[in-house]
Write a protein that binds this ligand. Sequence first.
Ligand code: GDP
Ligand code: MG
Length: 163
Amino acid sequence: ALPMVAIVGRPNVGKSTLFNRVVGQRISIVEDVPGVTRDRIYAKTDWNGREFHVIDTGGIEISGADEMANLIRVQAQLAIDEADVIVFLVDGRAGLTEADREVAEMLRRSRKPVVLGVNKLDHPKHHPAAYEFYELGFGDPIPLSSEHGGGTGDLLDEVVRLL
Ligand code: GDP
Ligand code: MG
């Protein structure tokens, strides 16, 4: 079986946008509003000659902060269990949130290799916003723009290195 790479993070950070860019097709649904339930979506792709499956953990139904927190946990845990390498995606414009810290805690417990992508940094002048995420403890945060493609090659280099 091919190795599995899961894209994990709280809603609306751009996981589906990154997934679509990585697989080179618009498969996953990008939603402005976090709240559409989707199954986990898989696709096969490759980078630098290495093939792997990518999992997008879909949107999450929200009806209150506690329920959202629970659903984030369940959703993320399923993907984490399957993954060989995890892409932990955060929103560099929003900055570090409590939900990011909770996801980080689950990832630490999994003991799986994690690559931290800081998304929505569409211009190099925004890249310093990635520094704040060092404190999550997953090494160098990689500044990204999933929408425009910037940094996604650096992210995939690191993913493939860890496979
Ligand atoms: P998900 O809930 O984590 O899957 O997030 P989505 O991929 O559905 O994206 C949520 C919102 O963030 C959408 O409005 C996207 O267009 C936007 N978005 C995603 N990636 C980027 C990015 O790199 N830059 C900017 N500016 N917006 C982005
Ligand atoms: Mg999504």
